[in-house]
Write a protein that binds this ligand. Sequence first.
Ligand SMILES: O=C(O)c1cc(=O)[nH]c(=O)n1[C@@H]1O[C@H](COP(=O)(O)O)[C@@H](O)[C@H]1O
Length: 244
Amino acid sequence: MIDKARERLIFALDVDSLEEAQRWVALLHDKVGVFKVGKQLFTRCGPQVVRMIRDGGGEVFLDLKYHDIPNTVAMAALEACRLGVKMFNVHALGGADMMRATVARVDEQYPRGSAGRPLLLAVTILTSSTDQTLLELGIDRPVTEMVPRLARLAADAGFDGVVASPREVEAIRAVCGPDFAIVTPGVRPAFAAVDDQKRVTTPADALAAGSDYLVIGRPISAAAEPQLAAGKILQEMAAALDAT
Ligand SMILES: O=C(O)c1cc(=O)[nH]c(=O)n1[C@@H]1O[C@H](COP(=O)(O)O)[C@@H](O)[C@H]1O
Protein backbone atom coordinates (compact mmCIF):
# COMPACT_ATOMS: atom_id res chain seq x y z
CA MET A 1 0.00 0.00 0.00
CA ILE A 2 2.91 2.34 0.65
CA ASP A 3 3.77 2.26 -3.07
CA LYS A 4 0.18 3.09 -4.02
CA ALA A 5 0.16 5.93 -1.49
CA ARG A 6 3.47 7.25 -2.86
CA GLU A 7 2.09 7.40 -6.41
CA ARG A 8 -0.75 9.55 -5.13
CA LEU A 9 1.29 12.00 -3.09
CA ILE A 10 2.23 15.22 -4.87
CA PHE A 11 4.77 17.47 -3.16
CA ALA A 12 4.47 21.21 -3.88
CA LEU A 13 7.99 22.36 -4.75
CA ASP A 14 7.32 25.95 -3.71
CA VAL A 15 10.97 27.02 -3.63
CA ASP A 16 13.03 29.62 -5.45
CA SER A 17 16.02 27.90 -7.02
CA LEU A 18 17.01 24.83 -9.00
CA GLU A 19 19.45 23.78 -6.27
CA GLU A 20 16.77 23.97 -3.61
CA ALA A 21 14.37 22.00 -5.81
CA GLN A 22 17.08 19.39 -6.42
CA ARG A 23 17.63 19.08 -2.69
CA TRP A 24 13.93 18.43 -2.04
CA VAL A 25 13.62 15.93 -4.87
CA ALA A 26 16.62 13.98 -3.57
CA LEU A 27 15.24 14.09 -0.01
CA LEU A 28 11.71 13.01 -0.85
CA HIS A 29 11.88 10.89 -4.00
CA ASP A 30 11.28 7.63 -2.11
CA LYS A 31 8.13 9.07 -0.51
CA VAL A 32 6.68 11.24 -3.28
CA GLY A 33 5.58 10.10 -6.75
CA VAL A 34 4.88 13.50 -8.29
CA PHE A 35 6.56 16.88 -7.80
CA LYS A 36 4.52 20.00 -8.42
CA VAL A 37 6.27 22.86 -10.17
CA GLY A 38 4.34 26.09 -9.72
CA LYS A 39 4.61 29.72 -10.70
CA GLN A 40 7.46 30.65 -8.37
CA LEU A 41 9.85 27.87 -9.36
CA PHE A 42 8.95 27.86 -13.05
CA THR A 43 9.33 31.64 -13.31
CA ARG A 44 12.75 31.34 -11.72
CA CYS A 45 14.07 28.20 -13.45
CA GLY A 46 11.91 27.44 -16.48
CA PRO A 47 11.79 24.05 -18.22
CA GLN A 48 15.14 22.91 -16.81
CA VAL A 49 13.48 22.18 -13.49
CA VAL A 50 11.02 19.85 -15.21
CA ARG A 51 13.91 18.08 -16.92
CA MET A 52 15.80 17.77 -13.63
CA ILE A 53 12.84 16.04 -11.96
CA ARG A 54 12.17 13.74 -14.91
CA ASP A 55 15.84 12.81 -15.28
CA GLY A 56 15.75 11.69 -11.64
CA GLY A 57 12.76 9.44 -12.35
CA GLY A 58 10.09 11.73 -10.86
CA GLU A 59 6.80 12.77 -12.43
CA VAL A 60 5.80 16.43 -12.76
CA PHE A 61 2.57 18.32 -12.17
CA LEU A 62 3.02 21.65 -13.98
CA ASP A 63 0.87 24.03 -11.97
CA LEU A 64 0.79 27.26 -13.97
CA LYS A 65 -3.02 27.62 -13.83
CA TYR A 66 -3.40 29.02 -17.33
CA HIS A 67 -6.24 31.55 -17.65
CA ASP A 68 -6.33 33.56 -20.88
CA ILE A 69 -8.08 33.73 -24.25
CA PRO A 70 -8.70 30.30 -25.80
CA ASN A 71 -5.89 30.38 -28.39
CA THR A 72 -3.27 31.52 -25.88
CA VAL A 73 -4.15 28.81 -23.37
CA ALA A 74 -4.35 26.13 -26.05
CA MET A 75 -0.86 27.00 -27.31
CA ALA A 76 0.58 27.13 -23.79
CA ALA A 77 -1.01 23.76 -23.07
CA LEU A 78 0.75 22.28 -26.07
CA GLU A 79 4.07 23.49 -24.70
CA ALA A 80 3.22 21.89 -21.36
CA CYS A 81 2.65 18.59 -23.19
CA ARG A 82 6.00 18.94 -24.96
CA LEU A 83 7.75 19.21 -21.60
CA GLY A 84 6.63 15.66 -20.80
CA VAL A 85 4.69 16.47 -17.64
CA LYS A 86 2.25 14.02 -16.07
CA MET A 87 -0.43 16.67 -15.55
CA PHE A 88 -0.99 20.41 -15.92
CA ASN A 89 -3.81 22.79 -15.08
CA VAL A 90 -5.86 25.72 -16.33
CA HIS A 91 -8.49 27.77 -14.46
CA ALA A 92 -12.01 26.49 -15.18
CA LEU A 93 -13.12 30.10 -14.68
CA GLY A 94 -11.41 30.79 -18.04
CA GLY A 95 -14.56 29.26 -19.49
CA ALA A 96 -15.83 26.44 -21.68
CA ASP A 97 -14.48 27.86 -24.97
CA MET A 98 -10.99 28.12 -23.46
CA MET A 99 -11.11 24.54 -22.20
CA ARG A 100 -12.55 23.16 -25.46
CA ALA A 101 -9.87 24.93 -27.52
CA THR A 102 -7.21 23.46 -25.22
CA VAL A 103 -8.54 19.93 -25.57
CA ALA A 104 -8.83 20.28 -29.36
CA ARG A 105 -5.24 21.48 -29.71
CA VAL A 106 -3.84 18.79 -27.42
CA ASP A 107 -5.91 16.10 -29.18
CA GLU A 108 -4.26 16.98 -32.52
CA GLN A 109 -0.73 16.26 -31.29
CA TYR A 110 -1.32 13.93 -28.36
CA PRO A 111 -4.40 11.82 -29.12
CA ARG A 112 -6.32 10.44 -26.17
CA GLY A 113 -4.68 7.27 -24.91
CA SER A 114 -1.35 8.00 -26.60
CA ALA A 115 1.89 7.82 -24.66
CA GLY A 116 3.01 11.20 -23.39
CA ARG A 117 -0.43 12.75 -23.15
CA PRO A 118 -0.70 14.48 -19.77
CA LEU A 119 -3.81 14.73 -17.63
CA LEU A 120 -5.63 17.98 -18.42
CA LEU A 121 -6.87 19.44 -15.13
CA ALA A 122 -9.09 22.43 -14.42
CA VAL A 123 -8.83 24.34 -11.15
CA THR A 124 -12.37 24.85 -9.82
CA ILE A 125 -12.41 27.26 -6.87
CA LEU A 126 -9.07 27.76 -5.13
CA THR A 127 -8.80 26.06 -1.74
CA SER A 128 -7.91 29.43 -0.21
CA SER A 129 -11.33 30.83 -1.25
CA THR A 130 -14.60 30.98 0.68
CA ASP A 131 -18.18 32.02 -0.13
CA GLN A 132 -17.12 35.54 0.89
CA THR A 133 -14.30 35.52 -1.70
CA LEU A 134 -16.86 34.64 -4.36
CA LEU A 135 -19.30 37.31 -3.17
CA GLU A 136 -16.57 39.93 -3.49
CA LEU A 137 -16.16 38.81 -7.12
CA GLY A 138 -19.88 39.18 -7.76
CA ILE A 139 -20.57 35.43 -7.65
CA ASP A 140 -23.47 34.90 -5.27
CA ARG A 141 -23.46 31.11 -5.36
CA PRO A 142 -21.67 29.16 -2.63
CA VAL A 143 -18.43 27.27 -3.15
CA THR A 144 -20.32 23.99 -2.67
CA GLU A 145 -22.41 24.80 -5.75
CA MET A 146 -19.68 26.41 -7.86
CA VAL A 147 -17.18 23.56 -7.57
CA PRO A 148 -19.35 20.76 -9.04
CA ARG A 149 -20.68 23.21 -11.61
CA LEU A 150 -17.17 24.07 -12.84
CA ALA A 151 -16.14 20.41 -12.67
CA ARG A 152 -19.04 19.48 -14.95
CA LEU A 153 -18.07 22.30 -17.33
CA ALA A 154 -14.52 20.93 -17.47
CA ALA A 155 -15.70 17.35 -17.98
CA ASP A 156 -18.05 18.44 -20.79
CA ALA A 157 -15.13 20.28 -22.46
CA GLY A 158 -13.16 17.01 -22.46
CA PHE A 159 -10.89 17.62 -19.48
CA ASP A 160 -9.56 14.62 -17.56
CA GLY A 161 -10.09 16.01 -14.09
CA VAL A 162 -10.11 18.93 -11.69
CA VAL A 163 -8.23 20.49 -8.80
CA ALA A 164 -10.52 21.11 -5.81
CA SER A 165 -10.68 20.83 -2.05
CA PRO A 166 -11.10 17.30 -0.70
CA ARG A 167 -14.29 18.60 0.91
CA GLU A 168 -15.93 18.73 -2.51
CA VAL A 169 -14.87 15.33 -3.84
CA GLU A 170 -18.23 13.69 -3.22
CA ALA A 171 -20.16 16.45 -5.01
CA ILE A 172 -17.74 16.27 -7.98
CA ARG A 173 -18.01 12.48 -8.22
CA ALA A 174 -21.81 12.80 -8.24
CA VAL A 175 -21.72 14.91 -11.41
CA CYS A 176 -18.53 13.70 -13.16
CA GLY A 177 -18.43 9.99 -12.32
CA PRO A 178 -15.80 7.62 -10.95
CA ASP A 179 -13.19 7.96 -13.72
CA PHE A 180 -12.77 11.73 -13.50
CA ALA A 181 -9.43 12.60 -11.84
CA ILE A 182 -9.69 14.67 -8.67
CA VAL A 183 -6.51 16.32 -7.40
CA THR A 184 -6.80 17.89 -3.97
CA PRO A 185 -4.60 20.49 -2.32
CA GLY A 186 -5.98 21.88 0.96
CA VAL A 187 -4.75 18.77 2.78
CA ARG A 188 -3.55 19.10 6.34
CA PRO A 189 -2.41 16.28 8.59
CA ALA A 190 -3.33 16.78 12.26
CA PHE A 191 0.23 17.87 13.12
CA ALA A 192 0.41 20.76 10.61
CA ALA A 193 -0.74 24.38 10.53
CA VAL A 194 -3.59 25.32 8.17
CA ASP A 195 -1.70 28.39 6.80
CA ASP A 196 -3.70 30.27 4.14
CA GLN A 197 -5.81 27.27 3.17
CA LYS A 198 -9.52 27.58 3.98
CA ARG A 199 -11.18 24.35 2.88
CA VAL A 200 -9.05 21.51 4.29
CA THR A 201 -9.26 17.89 5.39
CA THR A 202 -6.72 15.36 6.64
CA PRO A 203 -4.95 13.07 4.15
CA ALA A 204 -7.01 10.11 5.38
CA ASP A 205 -10.30 11.95 4.94
CA ALA A 206 -9.29 13.14 1.45
CA LEU A 207 -8.61 9.58 0.31
CA ALA A 208 -11.71 8.22 2.03
CA ALA A 209 -13.75 10.80 0.13
CA GLY A 210 -12.27 9.48 -3.14
CA SER A 211 -9.50 11.94 -3.98
CA ASP A 212 -7.01 10.53 -6.53
CA TYR A 213 -3.99 12.69 -5.71
CA LEU A 214 -3.12 14.79 -2.65
CA VAL A 215 -1.05 17.96 -3.10
CA ILE A 216 0.92 18.75 0.04
CA GLY A 217 3.57 21.41 0.51
CA ARG A 218 4.17 23.21 3.80
CA PRO A 219 3.13 20.37 6.12
CA ILE A 220 6.28 18.69 4.79
CA SER A 221 8.54 21.58 3.82
CA ALA A 222 7.97 23.57 7.02
CA ALA A 223 8.26 20.55 9.31
CA ALA A 224 11.27 20.32 11.60
CA GLU A 225 11.97 16.92 10.05
CA PRO A 226 10.50 16.91 6.54
CA GLN A 227 11.30 13.26 5.78
CA LEU A 228 9.59 12.20 8.98
CA ALA A 229 6.55 14.35 8.17
CA ALA A 230 6.33 12.89 4.65
CA GLY A 231 6.66 9.39 6.11
CA LYS A 232 3.81 10.03 8.56
CA ILE A 233 1.60 11.34 5.77
CA LEU A 234 2.42 8.31 3.64
CA GLN A 235 1.52 5.96 6.52
CA GLU A 236 -1.77 7.77 7.03
CA MET A 237 -2.51 7.53 3.30
CA ALA A 238 -1.61 3.83 3.13
CA ALA A 239 -3.88 3.06 6.10
CA ALA A 240 -6.73 4.98 4.48
CA LEU A 241 -6.23 3.14 1.17
CA ASP A 242 -6.19 -0.17 3.05
CA ALA A 243 -9.53 0.70 4.61
CA THR A 244 -11.25 1.47 1.28
O1 LIG B 1 -3.51 24.01 -8.40
C1 LIG B 1 -3.00 23.85 -7.27
O2 LIG B 1 -2.08 23.08 -7.10
C2 LIG B 1 -3.64 24.52 -6.12
C3 LIG B 1 -4.99 24.80 -6.25
C4 LIG B 1 -5.73 25.23 -5.13
O3 LIG B 1 -6.94 25.42 -5.20
N1 LIG B 1 -5.07 25.39 -3.95
C5 LIG B 1 -3.72 25.16 -3.81
O4 LIG B 1 -3.21 25.31 -2.69
N2 LIG B 1 -2.98 24.78 -4.91
C6 LIG B 1 -1.52 24.63 -4.77
O5 LIG B 1 -1.26 23.55 -3.87
C7 LIG B 1 -0.14 23.86 -3.04
C8 LIG B 1 -0.55 23.72 -1.59
O6 LIG B 1 0.56 23.92 -0.78
P1 LIG B 1 0.47 23.86 0.82
O7 LIG B 1 -0.67 24.76 1.22
O8 LIG B 1 1.81 24.36 1.26
O9 LIG B 1 0.20 22.42 1.16
C9 LIG B 1 0.34 25.25 -3.42
O10 LIG B 1 1.49 25.10 -4.24
C10 LIG B 1 -0.79 25.86 -4.22
O11 LIG B 1 -0.33 26.66 -5.27
